[in-house]
Design a protein around this ligand. Structure first.
Ligand code: SF4
Length: 367
């Protein structure tokens, strides 16, 4: 069965680090955009789906009736498995009881809250619309209303962040009824206001050593508190790994709906128009046909992100050749350097390997 991703490209205000496709003046087109997504869904009528992920942007800026209309359309058009994982992203400061009811009523059974930090100074420095208290109360309210599979995002390497503040953020996070935590480092993306501040010397970021310390502390802290690292930046209590994101890391098929969304079907990748008006008018898609070399490289790079790594048996099943036939030299070298391990038919990165994962992965790109 395939995964389904739906992009809702609206936000209340742009965070200073954000280069995602989202606009802040979209309330006048919420209904038309929802209609356009449902129309696009019709192209895939009857497809069997077992994971749905509604992301953005901020899906919870939509009013309850549109959240309901979107979810009703998805259930009507697709063949959604009874035990499907259905996730919606949500931002603190955009949820109310009406929206929570619409999400629950539409079958959403997993919610991913963009908390980022429980430190108000850090939240302000990156332009989040909410404070720590609102984030805390949002998670509590979602739990009270019946969500038992709650994920939160937190960020490391935030301006002004130090060991004390990350410790406080993590302690607060694990005290909440959450089953999954994503922890990503802040990246200064080109063309964002944060990049400008950085270039003008107005931003105090943790230096490389502090950044590494914060990152290692985060990994150890979450592990000690029952959150297993199952992917480079993702931690979950046993059984609460995100099934939808695992589809990406396993290179399994998915359909993407909405502006800038990607689909991966067979050996083809489609990407929708990156402009909201372009998407709503004619949505000229770009299509890439992946070569066997592209597919092999992607399988290795995505698979090595997972704690369990890449399976030799799965590799052979997909590509008709042993992993060691193609990457024998690389696998031997990284295993000798203790950047990778080989156990139970899987190759995976060690903790040291994860620290230098980008350069390790580069060696698995076939040209
Ligand atoms: S809420 Fe998310 S998508 Fe919206 S501006 Fe902030 S980071 Fe970007």
């Amino acid at each position: 069965m395939k995964g389904l991703y739906i992009h809702i490209p609206f936000c209340i205000r742009k965070c200073l680090y954000c280069d995602f496709v989202s606009v802040t003046d979209g309330s006048g087109i919420f209904a038309d955009y929802t209609g356009a997504v449902i129309k696009e869904a019709e192209e895939y009528r009857g497809e069997k789906i077992d994971t749905v992920f509604i992301g953005g942007g901020t899906p919870t800026v939509l009013p309850p009736e549109l959240i309901g209309r979107l979810l009703e359309g998805i259930h009507r058009i697709f063949n959604i498995a009874p035990d499907a994982e259905i996730t919606s992203e949500a931002n603190p400061g955009t949820l109310d009881d009406g929206k929570i009811s619409a999400l629950l009523g539409g079958g959403v059974n997993r919610i991913s809250v963009g908390v980022q930090s429980f430190n108000d100074t850090e939240l302000k420095a990156v332009g989040r619309i909410h404070d720590a208290k609102t984030a805390y109360n949002t998670v509590c309210r979602l739990s009270e209303r019946g969500f038992s599979n709650i994920s939160i995002d937190i960020m490391t390497a935030l301006p002004g962040q130090d060991m004390n503040s990350i410790k406080n953020t993590l302690e607060t996070a694990v005290s909440l009824p959450v089953a999954h935590i994503s922890a990503y480092s802040l990246i200064i993306e080109e063309g964002t206001p944060l990049e400008k501040q950085y270039a003008e010397g107005k931003l105090t970021l943790p230096d490389d050593d502090a950044d590494r310390d914060i990152y290692h502390f985060t990994v150890d802290f979450l592990r000690e508190h029952g959150f297993d690292r199952y992917e480079i930046s993702n931690f979950a209590r046993r059984g609460f790994e995100c099934r939808h994101n695992l589809k990406y890391w396993d290179c399994r098929e998915y359909i993407g709906l909405g502006v800038a969304a990607h689909s991966y079907i067979g050996n083809r990748r489609f990407s929708n128009s990156r402009s909201v008006t372009g998407y709503m008018s004619c949505n000229e898609r770009e299509e890439t046909v992946l070569s066997r070399a592209d597919e092999i490289s992607e399988f290795m790079i995505m698979g090595l992100r997972k704690f369990c790594g890449v399976s030799e048996a799965e590799f052979k099943k997909r590509f008709g050749s042993g992993m060691e036939n193609i990457f024998g030299k690389e696998l031997r070298r990284f295993t000798e350097l203790r950047l990778m391990e080989h156990k139970n038919g899987n190759y995976f990165l060690t903790d040291r390997g994860i620290d230098v994962s980008n350069s390790v992965m580069c060696d698995f790109i076939l040209t």
